[in-house]
Write a protein that binds this ligand. Structure first.
Ligand SMILES: NC(=O)c1ccc[n+]([C@@H]2O[C@H](COP(=O)([O-])OP(=O)(O)OC[C@H]3O[C@@H](n4cnc5c(N)ncnc54)[C@H](OP(=O)(O)O)[C@@H]3O)[C@@H](O)[C@H]2O)c1
Length: 288
């Protein structure tokens, strides 16, 4: 059983709380809001449309007491970059592990998150891209950049109009993957800077499109989240991964997609060899 505390009960945090409450191997032990929030003192069930959960929502200025009393193994944070950075420091000092889904950190703050985990020897997953689908998209664009390094890459992302950071953390990470892929290809003729177009409109949960355009053809890779349940599924994997671990990790560590790809290629090679072997009899092979 993993004891989880959820910090940040906005659009995403509420969906994740609902989902975690349904998991048999997870016990939601505490829920944290901002100091002036009108959620303070309410039962978690009241704000997520469930019955009484027995989890009272408490304010982030009481983190120490909340941790001592409810003893979470992992905190899940979907709040704001300022609150997440501040709270991560306190959780780390208390040696509680954290999954940070919040986005919009400066490079300086990201470096501090990395240092926090090393200094306090707790575990942190920083996951600006928590869905499995988006991580597969990143792997595919990394491969495409390696194979098509002379092509032009463009990213467009669309999110609901209340999303605060722009461009999204995920779009920036996709750009990093493309830049890494081009560098690995050995094409270092040009300094790569992948353009990102960010659109904030309506209620779009999250959409990322990568266009890969050459002189004669074009590839498009797209990912769209239809609901926030995709974020909850990714969070559950990250929570299970970080329980009891020490150090700083990202979603590619949680999902280990490069190993999956590597194993797949090895299996493919093996079965190709077998197929050719079966095409020829022993004597035919000897005669070769
Ligand atoms: N990683 C991913 O794949 C992914 C997916 C979706 C969203 N996100 C990110 O997750 C974050 C939240 O997104 P959202 O759409 O849920 O935003 P949101 O609806 O604005 O929710 C943020 C919540 O944080 C709470 N908060 C503010 N200060 C706090 C504090 N000190 N302690 C605890 N809670 C605090 C606020 O509520 P109260 O003031 O009432 O407490 C607010 O409801 C954003 O950075 C977003 O970009 C990431």
């Amino acid at each position: 059983m993993i004891r989880v505390c959820i910090s940040g009960l906005g659009k995403t945090g509420k969906e994740i709380a609902k989902f975690l409450l349904e998991q048999k191997d997870i016990k939601l032990v505490s829920a944290i809001c901002s100091p002036n929030s009108n959620k303070k003192g309410k039962d978690l069930g009241e704000i997520i449309g469930k019955g009484n959960t027995g989890v009272k929502i408490e304010s982030s200025d009481k983190i120490e007491q909340i941790v001592f009393r409810t003893k979470p193994d992992v905190v899940v944070d979907f709040s704001s970059p300022e609150a997440a950075a501040r709270n991560a420091k306190v959780f780390s000092k208390l040696k509680v592990n954290i999954v940070i889904g919040t986005t919009g950190f400066s490079d300086f703050t990201l470096k501090r998150l990395f240092l926090l985990a090393n200094k306090h020897r707790n575990g942190i997953v920083y996951a600006p891209n928590i869905t499995l689908g988006v991580n597969v998209l990143m792997l595919l664009t990394n491969l495409a950049a390696n194979l098509l390094s002379s092509y032009d890459f463009q990213i467009t992302e669309v999110h609901h109009k209340n999303k605060k950071d722009s461009p999204s953390g995920t779009a920036k990470k996709i750009a990093d993957e493309i830049e890494k892929g081009i560098k690995h290809s050995g094409n270092d003729d040009t300094e790569v800077q992948v353009p990102i177009t960010a659109i904030r409109a309506g209620g779009v949960v999250g959409k990322h499109d990568v266009m890969i355009i050459g002189e004669d053809d074009k590839i498009e890779i797209s990912h769209e989240s239809f609901s926030r349940k995709a974020f909850a599924l990714g969070t559950l994997r990250a929570v299970k991964f970080i329980k009891g671990k020490v150090g700083y990790y990202e979603m590619n560590d949680v999902l280990n997609l490069k190993k999956v790809l590597n194993d797949y290629i090895q299996e493919e090679n093996k079965s190709n060899k077998k197929r050719y072997k079966n095409l020829l009899g022993k004597n035919e092979i000897k005669a070769l």
